[in-house]
Design a protein around this ligand. Structure first.
Ligand code: ADP
Ligand code: ZN
Length: 617
């Protein structure tokens, strides 16, 4: 994104220039008082003077220490202000001549005077002009000011992106192919009387390739692509956004057939009138402008507006009416197969070692968006380069994955023996709970190397899930509780290390009760826990949805779920105490152990216990 020039910079530069001008003119000669001047003349120290209408510049025969504002300075030249004409000094010329001073006169230059008196006024004019321009926001005017049109929104005459660059998203592509088809061949549709969508809303989490898809549509159709982020419409002055929208649509129409892409539509497209402290004029005006531009399209305008959002639920219903963004294309997080496809796209021109296994990488990156995967490929390349490798190996990918998901290792962080022990048992608790509970995800590895904000991690190997069963949720909760339960059982005290576990567990339990009808008192109801980013007005309004009594029951249900999970974990860990001790000891020794090792220890200890319980007869 090009940076807009801060209007204060030229202003400050002007002010500074003016100040410097005042300081320097007319030369940096010390300014002395009229009395001092006369004394110097009387002492025959002055050789020559240049008299202008308001001041005298004098030249001494030899350098002299002259008083200045900050002290004294040795100078040969000085200036002195003449007394005003009303006061005058009739005898001055005679006095100078008597002391043999050469007299020169200088006709007054008008420029310094003009600048001194008009300077501030000019500055004010420039200032207002500048803001007027901004306020107008008209690209045309701004262009005269030396800013390019492209600064306000991205314009591409030819887009090189095609659908081949977008991996996965089969349905989305099929839907958008129709748009491409229309842009290429509008007559075919018009003959049949078919109306083509004005606006298509791409809905999905960040980084899933919405922008990419929009560009691909333009690329496939071979039409210009005008893109802007809705947040860029928001400016300090009311009306700027609206006028920018106007120019954007004007330009797109001029270059029709074309595509307008508005990113982050929700930042201006939120329901009007929501939010606290009255409406937001600028936002509403901008939104209204978009709506009226879209309505204003003639039947035969070949401009299609694509917009992206990850919160379609908070969009103003007016945006979603027929003739506006009446089509929604879901651009979700990629599935296992799609992740592999996306990885393929992003390793296309990277040298890979033969051991790189994209299937495996796709499997260990559930929940990753396209942008995350791109980042992963890039990080792997960086790590390979840092190690001086000629090709990127699987190990580089796995290291990059750790770095992205777990944060950087913090080698500098030194823990005491006691703290390390607490962390080891904490992580062992998570690990054992994960392995023992039937519906929890298995462990990939456990580590007590501090990374990012965490002192240790237990990395699960999540399954691909669309629907999540309550059994899995309960086991997940128990796994989260595993850290604290282990500390309590085996270290004799508890630490602050479980904060994040509890936060996540509470969030999960809250959703179980409020969203998924899994609370004891709320079997078939969804109040909506509103975990996403909500804006204040709606949140407050929603609070009223349920009574104090309901709120109390919600709390009760959440607490019950969490308490149950904790109690269950404690039972599990107690039953596997031998394994706990062994895993913790191994963690203290090796710092990181793989999931297989955890499972092996669990198998060994249960075999030993079984043989102890039933000694061979
Ligand atoms: P969004 O607009 O949904 O936030 P972007 O389109 O900006 O996401 O995606 C960011 C980057 O991630 C893209 O430039 C692209 O390199 C990569 N990416 C995302 N999804 C895909 C995909 N399905 N196939 C290939 N690359 C993808
Ligand atoms: Zn933990």
């Amino acid at each position: 994104m090009a940076q807009r020039i801060n209007p204060w910079i030229p202003l400050l530069a002007l002010l500074l220039g003016y100040w410097v001008f005042l300081q320097l003119s007319p030369g940096a000669a010390p300014k002395i008082s009229y009395t001092e001047f006369k004394t110097l003349v009387a002492e025959d120290k002055v050789a020559r003077v240049v008299i202008s209408d308001t001041r005298i510049t004098g030249y001494l025969k030899a350098p002299e220490r002259l008083p200045t504002a900050t002290g004294t300075t040795a100078a040969k030249r000085f200036v002195v202000d003449l007394p005003p004409p009303q006061v005058g000094d009739k005898g001055l010329l005679g006095f100078l001549e008597a002391h043999g001073v050469v007299i020169q006169t200088q006709s007054p230059s008008i420029w310094p005077q003009l600048l001194i008196y008009l300077g501030p006024t000019l500055l004010l004019i420039v200032f207002f002009w500048f803001f007027f321009m901004r306020n107008q926001g008209g690209v045309g005017q701004v262009t005269q000011f030396g800013q390019s049109r492209a600064r306000m929104y991205g314009t591409e005459r030819r887009v090189a992106t095609t659908f081949a660059d977008v991996a996965g998203h089969k349905e989305a592509k099929a839907e958008l192919r129709e748009v491409v088809e229309f842009l290429k061949n509008p007559e075919k549709y018009r003959k049949l009387g078919a109306e083509i969508p004005r606006g298509v809303l791409l809905v999905g989490p960040p980084g899933t390739g919405k922008t990419l898809l929009a560009r691909a549509v333009a690329g496939e159709a071979g039409v210009p692509f005008f893109s802007v982020s809705a947040s860029e419409f928001m400016e300090m002055f009311v009306g700027v956004g609206a006028s920018r929208v106007r120019t954007l649509f004007e330009d797109a129409r001029k270059h029709a057939p074309s595509i307008i892409f508005i990113d982050e539509l929700d930042s201006i497209g939120r329901k009007r009138g929501a939010g606290i402290g009255g409406g937001h004029d600028e936002r509403e005006q901008t939104l209204n402008q978009i709506l009226s531009e879209m309505d204003g399209f003639e039947k035969d305008t070949n401009v299609i507006v694509l917009a992206a959002t990850n919160r379609p639920d908070i969009l103003d219903p007016a945006l979603l009416r027929p003739g506006r963004f009446d089509r929604q294309v879901v651009v979700g997080l990629p599935s296992l197969e799609e992740r592999k496809e996306i990885l393929k796209v992003h390793v296309r021109n990277k040298p890979l070692a033969p051991d790189v296994d994209l299937d495996e990488l796709a499997r260990v990156t559930p929940g990753f968006s396209g942008a995350d995967l791109k980042n992963l490929a890039n990080e792997a390349a960086l790590i390979a380069a840092r190690e001086g490798a000629a090709r990127i190996a699987q190990d580089h990918f796995l290291k990059a994955l750790d770095k992205i998901t777990l944060g950087l290792e913090r080698g500098a962080l030194k823990l005491s023996e006691k703290e390390r022990r607490a962390v080891a048992y904490h992580e062992a608790g998570h690990a054992v709970a994960s392995e023992v509970l039937p519906n929890a995800d298995p462990v990939t590895k456990v580590s007590i190397v501090p990374r990012g904000m965490a002192l240790g991690v237990t990395v699960p190997k999540p399954e691909e899930r669309v629907l999540i069963s309550i059994d899995h949720l309960m086991d997940e909760l128990s796994v989260l509780m595993g850290g604290r339960a282990a500390e309590e059982l085996f270290t004799g005290t508890v630490t602050t290390g479980a904060e994040n576990d509890f936060k996540r567990a509470t969030e999960l339990a809250k959703r179980m009760v409020l969203d998924w009808g899994m609370g004891d008192h709320f079997k078939n109801i969804a109040w909506g826990s509103h975990t996403g980013p909500v804006f204040l007005g709606e949140e407050l309004a929603r609070r009223k949805d349920f009574s104090e009594e309901t709120a109390r029951l919600v709390d009760e249900d959440i607490r019950k779920i969490l308490d149950e999970a904790y109690a269950r974990t404690k039972r599990v860990l107690e039953a596997h105490a031998a394994a706990m001790h062994r895993i913790a000891a191994e963690l203290l020794e090796k710092e990181t152990i793989p999931g297989e090792r955890v499972r092996a220890i669990l198998r060994e200890t249960s075999r030993e216990e079984a043989s102890e319980a039933a000694p061979e007869a």
